[in-house]
Design a protein around this ligand. Structure first.
Ligand SMILES: Cc1cc2nc3c(=O)[nH]c(=O)nc-3n(C[C@H](O)[C@H](O)[C@H](O)COP(=O)(O)OP(=O)(O)OC[C@H]3O[C@@H](n4cnc5c(N)ncnc54)[C@H](O)[C@@H]3O)c2cc1C
Length: 547
């Protein structure tokens, strides 16, 4: 008989629902939902202690009929969850092709119903009730894991740029993680007992106990199984969307929900610029505001629910016309054939050309203000450069933790460039000072930013200030270099020109959101354009003989 791992005092039991996240995470399935799952599943009767799947294996939904399933973190040989009769095993990543983060081990007298993930996706599409209950549960579980740092990655190293890069990747791709710093000897040696950590640099310990030294985000994505959704070379689809910001996600949701086979390719992280916004306050229906990460997560779930395939992080490097549609080239030289393409690649933040600045990126110099950065400015000075709404939001957000926030603007009045409500809040905030007619002139620091200097044109003097962080929010350029050989019409700044129904100069190629010339640069308009463009895509596909 195999040895069954033993739960400890930190083990979570699916039947012990302590708060509303638990209630969502472990729902009581209705008879209708159970019947649907039974109609598509196969019953298994594993031996006690039998390994049902290992960390790193592809996963399916497992409904526990009797007995229970232990979810074991291999890194610490700990039972993290006990899934009891009536509850099901499954995690958000399952629907996105990600691999299992825990081992599954059968308890005594266990019977389970296994529903293959492809079947689950089909059921979720045909049953609104099952879709609601399963997707809410998977989302709640992911939030629980993220909050506890359970089951995901362990990011180990020094508090430097490389570690920040990986934290940012995990944060923006909503992958649970916890950080172990060398400067914390007890946590470091505890981790070192379970795996071989490098003397220097950054390491990622995956759920399979694999140690990756300073991995690229691509390598990490591949190890996690989040980069390729079973897309083979020359795969075909009705619609390929470039970019998973609000515009691209809206196009995916509306396209997939209306029966199109949709592939979305995203270079950095789901959510686009909006995903890096700490609080979006002017999006309809969210009177208390919504964090960009939350909005992105909800939109991603919606897109996946309707069968969208998301490839991330992967970038599109070129596009050409072929009979029946387009050949879209990915950065790994894979091609995807699409009958129609929507360009939703948005814009990218502008950088400042100052000596030493690039070396401090991620180590005190940032282009967005999330909770991670807010923590790093606690009680100290933060400097925001820029006068647009994004700068205003960042300043207000940082002022919750920072000792003081200094906002540098080139013009003499904030209201020229910022929404009035934000400008008012900044002006009246006791821990925010707006410095008009000021330009950043130097950054100082060794391993991290420590001070910076700006020139005050009105008083013709230089001001040097000690600062924990600098946030550059000075505008953005369109992400269209990949379109330069495509023949599509761009304006002088590189934005895509469109006419009726977001059509570009090439039939079958559409552009929506910030990447479009003369766009409004708002979440709501990006979402509106992405969804409206789908009717034009339908009309185009109906009029053409495509793949
Ligand atoms: C910090 C911040 C705060 C903001 N706050 C607000 C707010 O409160 N209210 C509001 O209305 N607006 C706000 N905005 C603006 C809003 O976020 C944008 O208008 C909106 O995100 C535009 O959506 P989009 O989908 O067109 O482009 P983006 O959000 O820019 O998304 C484009 C996506 O395409 C990807 N991409 C680019 N090139 C490629 C390629 N070659 N291959 C694959 N993928 C690619 C990018 O990685 C990106 O994820 C804010 C912006 C920022 C930066």
């Amino acid at each position: 008989m195999r040895i069954i791992p033993v739960p400890d005092e930190l083990t979570h039991y699916s039947s012990r629902r302590l708060d509303e996240v638990d209630e969502l995470a472990w729902p009581v399935l209705s008879q209708h939902a159970l019947d649907l799952l039974r109609s598509s599943g196969e019953e298994l009767h594993p031996a006690p202690g039998e390994l049902l799947w290992d960390a790193g294996d592809p996963t399916d939904l497992h409904l526990v009929l009797t007995g229970g399933v232990l979810l074991v973190d291999r890194r610490a040989d700990r039972v993290v969850f006990v899934i009891e009769a009536g509850d099901f095993v499954g995690e958000l990543g399952m629907l996105m092709g990600q691999r299992a983060v825990f081992q599954g081990v059968a308890m005594e007298q266990t019977a389970i119903l296994r529903v293959r993930v492809e079947e689950l996706r089909r059921l979720v599409e045909i049953s609104g009730e099952l879709s609601d209950v399963v997707l809410s549960a998977l989302d709640a579980r992911r939030r629980f894991l993220s909050r506890k740092g359970e089951g995901g990655l362990v990011l180990a190293g020094d508090d430097d740029r490389d570690l920040h890069r990986l934290q940012d990747f995990a944060e923006r791709n909503q992958i649970p993680y916890r950080t172990v710093l060398r400067s914390n000897p007890s946590a470091w040696s505890e981790l070192a007992q379970t795996c071989a950590l490098p003397e220097t640099g950054t390491a990622v310990v995956t759920a399979q106990r694999r140690v990756m030294t300073s991995p690229t985000t691509r390598d990490l994505a591949t190890a996690l199984g989040i980069d390729l959704w079973g897309i083979a070379d020359d795969a075909r689809c009705d619609l390929l969307v470039v970019g998973a910001g609000p515009a691209g996600l809206a196009a995916a949701v509306y396209g997939a929900s209306e029966g199109l086979d949709v592939v979305v390719v995203e270079d950095v992280a789901i959510g686009g610029q909006a995903g890096s916004s700490s609080r979006i306050e002017n999006y309809l229906g969210f009177y208390r505001g919504v964090s960009g990460v939350e909005l992105a997560r909800a939109a991603m779930l919606q897109a996946v629910k309707f069968g969208t395939r998301l490839l991330s992080p992967r970038s599109v490097t070129g596009l050409s016309q072929v009979p029946g549609g387009f050949r879209v080239r990915l950065d790994d030289e894979h091609d995807v054939l699409a009958s129609a393409v929507i360009i939703a690649s948005g814009v990218r933040y502008r950088r400042l050309d100052l000596p030493g600045l690039a070396d401090l990126e991620g180590r005190g110099v940032y282009y967005a203000a999330s909770q991670l950065e807010a923590n790093s400015v606690s009680g100290r000075n933060a400097v925001v450069v820029g006068g647009a709404n994004s700068a205003g939001q960042a300043a207000l957000f940082l002022a919750r933790t920072a000792g003081h926030v200094h906002v540098l603007i080139r013009r003499d009045d904030l209201r020229d460039t910022m929404s009035n409500y934000l400008a008012q809040r900044l002006t009246h905030h006791e821990r925010i000072t707006v410095h008009p007619c000021c330009e950043l002139s130097a950054v100082h620091g060794g391993s991290r930013l420590s001070e910076l200097t700006w020139h005050d044109r009105a008083r013709d003097r230089d001001v040097r200030l000690d600062a924990a962080a600098l946030f550059l929010m000075i505008g953005a350029d369109p992400c269209t270099p990949w379109l330069h050989d495509s023949g599509v019409d761009l304006d002088a700044k590189g934005f895509v020109r469109t006419h009726d129904s977001f059509a570009t100069s090439i039939p079958g190629l559409f552009a929506v959101g910030d990447v479009r010339a003369d766009s409004v640069k708002r979440v709501a308009s990006a979402v509106g354009e992405g969804s409206v463009a789908i009717s034009a895509v339908h009309a185009y596909l109906a009029s053409k003989r495509t793949f």
